[in-house]
Ligand binder design. Structure first.
Ligand code: SF4
Length: 760
């Protein structure tokens, strides 16, 4: 096969998917993964963000920890650095790996259980000599284990589990706060009513006194006598009837509410169960919200009335009418923020994110109510929504998140599950946000994308711009720069992240390369799209190949004769060059377009800013030109005055000659326009300096910038005449005039003077 047919075969495959030439191979069964993930063949050997621990009874960022983080803390405590701690360190890292392997194998449960089981397995395998020391290390480590909770791996359930766990932590805090407030108000209202009752006839009856004092005092007191001797209270001292009724009604609302669990302090038992706030779909959440809204309004009102009553500030004339008209429109964000938010967990299972469900989600997200919606994507490549043979991003949920940003008052968080741990603070912020929030999370595939693990698929989606991370936080500030952030993506300034990687050739020859991770690398690891890829046989085709990262950044003319490829490793860890079909390139271009739009929103390569910068630059240049014109006019005026006429600048006898070419005339005019200077002395036409740095980089002691960032001569003795001449030669606008040498002993003066002549 010659180079010509070689290239033709590549081009044919790229354009048509035809592999019939015989030199390109099918990649469907190669278990490909991106070359930059070559080291991630066995995740159980790596210490990374998974598995996660959903820590029990822990709030804030500590509610989610990594297994590695937990072990690091224990290692710090019980395995000192150096040889002394070597044994403990080795055993504990082995224990961590044992747990990680168990979780990767499908084990579920509490960390404490997994810890114990893994320890038992290690002890069973340990020899007699190490067994005792190992048991000691394990027991000390277990004693140092300060947290417990469920251990979760990265899979299809992770987004929902992590979000729900963080939401529960946030809900616990809210419950505590609201429960405390309710308890205080219930006790307060009861105290007012009790005091009122105590002043009444019934309150002073012998039976009431007996029950108020308690059985222990029954023998010691004559309650009939006591009842008779208590002074009679005037009718005015009792609560007015309307107030008493108001207090009773308010108390009833506070005691029967179902938004937080019953009070342990007040010994509340029975009654109706507290409300559930977790829903499987937006429709159910919306129905519950509407149904509970009157109760929510009543409770909010009761809380306010009770507080006013407790402080004796309730003024019927002022407040009665206001509270009578109090309805859902009277609720303020801070009123709503004290109640648990509603959590809607929807997975992309074909029903949860239907168009109807999305429409309801939009309604919820636009409502201003504290509803937190998870929209989970399991398959990023949406086969169903495009024509056969085409490739498109699982656009529905991606577009849904973008659209939610447009609502402008909803918190929007987007990430893959690979980034959830590092971005947990942003998740918590969204859960804390007083209004609605959308969490759009790519789970990593849950096994639908071929052989790769969910974690790798999620990490590849983030790295390839297929599922970029962003946060829109309406509470973060008044403008887009404060509210919208894409900072949690790799290399936000670039189209495609670029990485160094090394590999070894057949004869142990090391090769270092820079490589762009693109959307093509993400798709190429998905065997469903193997038809768009072909392996280049070793020693076979290879002419005219171009890395896909470079190909995508070139315009059509620059890449016309090239065929794009990506580097992948197969299941046997062999590096493969994989040729890419045009369809996949088009999908990658579409992905790049979406990423660039996101960059703009995030303030990276913003076209509005670039235009503004350009117009400012033009304005600046025009102003400079005006200044120069003014300077020239001044110089002309000065040269016209006989008393102050400058020394002739040697225009020569032909200066006024009409036959002198225009360009020459211009140069000479410039020389005449310049302020009168001694040609023997070096000088710079500072106002014309374009701040190109050439002279200052040559010698920053001799040349410096003034406050307008324009060059002037700082210290003539700080450099040589040679440097002065070189600066004059490199100055792009020829405004450095070297004058005559200051040091007659400087070498090569004759030649330097000749070079300086054009600039004097
Ligand atoms: S080389 Fe010329 S234009 Fe550039 S900084 Fe120096 S003086 Fe200014």
């Amino acid at each position: 096969m010659n180079a010509e047919t070689d290239h033709q075969e590549l081009v044919a495959f790229h354009l048509t998917g035809d592999r019939s030439g015989g030199h390109l191979t099918d990649v469907a069964d190669l278990e490909l993964r991106p070359v930059l993930f070559a080291g991630y063949g066995d995740l159980t050997r790596l210490r990374y963000d998974y598995p996660l621990l959903l820590a029990e009874n822990t709030d804030g960022e500590d509610a989610v920890c990594t297994l590695s983080g937990i072990f690091d803390r224990i290692l710090n405590r019980i395995a000192p650095e150096g040889i002394e701690g070597e044994f403990a360190r080795k055993q504990l890292l082995g224990l961590e790996r044992e747990i990680r392997t168990a979780v990767a194998g499908g084990a579920e449960g509490a960390l404490s259980d997994m810890w114990r089981q893994a320890g038992e397995r290690m002890l069973a395998e340990a020899g007699e000599t190490t067994g005792k020391d190992l048991a000691d290390v394990l027991s000390r480590a277990e004693a140092a284990l300060a947290v417990d909770g469920q251990v979760v791996d990265c899979d299809g359930e992770t987004p929902g589990r992590v979000l729900r766990h963080l939401w529960m932590a946030e809900r616990r805090q809210k419950n505590r706060r609201l429960r405390h407030r309710l308890d205080k108000l219930i006790l307060g209202l009861k105290a007012i009513l009790r005091t009122d009752f105590a002043k009444s006839e019934a309150g002073r009856s012998a039976d009431q006194l007996k029950s108020a004092m308690g059985g222990a005092f029954e023998a010691a007191f004559d309650f009939d006598a006591m009842s008779n001797i208590l002074p009679r209270t005037s009718p005015d001292a009792s609560l007015p009837e309307d107030r008493r009724l108001r207090l009773l009604a308010t108390l009833k609302v506070l005691e029967t509410q179902r938004f937080v669990p019953p009070s342990e302090l007040l010994g509340q038992t029975g009654g109706e169960a507290p409300y559930d706030f977790v829903f499987e779909g937006c429709g159910a959440a919306m129905a519950a919200l509407e149904e509970r809204l009157p109760e929510l309004v009543a409770l909010t009102k009761a809380l306010s009335v009770a507080e006013l009553e407790m402080e004796n500030r309730f003024k019927p004339l002022r407040h009665a009418q206001y509270f009578e008209n109090f309805d859902q429109n009277s609720l303020r964000p801070e009123d709503l923020a004290q109640f648990p938010s509603y959590l809607v967990l929807s997975a992309e299972d074909g029903s949860a994110t239907t168009a109807v469900e999305r429409a309801k989600a939009v309604e919820l997200l636009s409502s201003g109510l504290p509803i937190k919606v998870l929209v989970q994507t399991d398959d990023l490549l949406d086969q169903g929504s495009v024509a056969p043979g085409q490739i498109a991003l699982g656009g529905n949920n991606l577009h849904f998140a973008n659209m939610a940003v447009g609502i402008n008052s909803a918190y929007v968080f987007q990430s893959t599950s690979a980034g959830m741990y590092r971005l947990r603070d942003r998740i918590i912020r969204g859960l804390d946000y007083a209004g609605p929030a959308l969490f759009s999370i790519f789970s990593g595939g849950a096994g639908v994308n071929g052989s790769r693990t969910s974690y790798l698929a999620a990490a590849a989606a983030a790295e390839s711009r297929g599922f970029p991370a962003f946060v829109f936080d309406p509470a973060a500030g008044p403008d887009w720069a404060s509210r919208f952030s894409i900072a949690n993506n790799p290399q936000t300034e670039t189209d495609w992240p670029e990485h160094d990687f090394s590999y070894e050739m057949e004869h142990h020859q090391r090769v270092d390369e820079r490589y762009n991770f693109t959307f093509v690398d993400f798709v190429a690891a998905d065997r469903r799209y193997a038809a768009h890829l072909a392996g280049v046989a070793n020693g076979g085709a290879g002419n005219g190949l171009m890395p896909a990262g470079e190909y995508l950044q070139r315009n059509p003319d620059e890449r016309r004769d090239s065929v794009p490829y990506v580097l992948m490793v197969d299941g046997d860890e062999v590096l493969r060059k994989i040729v890419v079909g045009e369809t996949l390139i088009r999908a990658a271009e579409q992905c790049g377009e979406s990423w660039r739009a996101l960059q703009e929103l995030g303030g990276v390569h913003n076209s509005h800013a670039a235009r503004l910068l350009e117009s400012e630059r033009r304005l600046w240049e025009e102003e400079k030109q005006l200044e120069l014109d003014a300077l020239r006019a001044q110089a002309e005026a000065a040269s016209a005055a006989p008393a102050t006429a400058p020394a002739p600048l040697s225009p020569g006898p032909n200066v006024a000659d009409a036959s002198v070419p225009a360009a020459v005339e211009e140069v000479e005019e410039e020389a005449q326009d310049a302020p009168a200077m001694n040609p023997d002395e070096p000088w710079i036409e500072t106002p014309r300096c374009t701040t190109c740095n050439e002279c200052t980089e040559l010698n920053n002691q001799m040349f410096a910038y003034n406050e307008n960032q324009q060059a002037y001569l700082l210290d003539l003795d700080a450099g040589t005449f040679k440097e002065m001449v070189e600066a004059a030669e490199t100055c792009q606008v020829s405004i450095i005039h070297p004058g005559k040498p200051r040091n007659p002993k400087e070498p090569n003066l004759e030649e330097l003077i000749k070079r300086a002549a054009p600039f004097i």
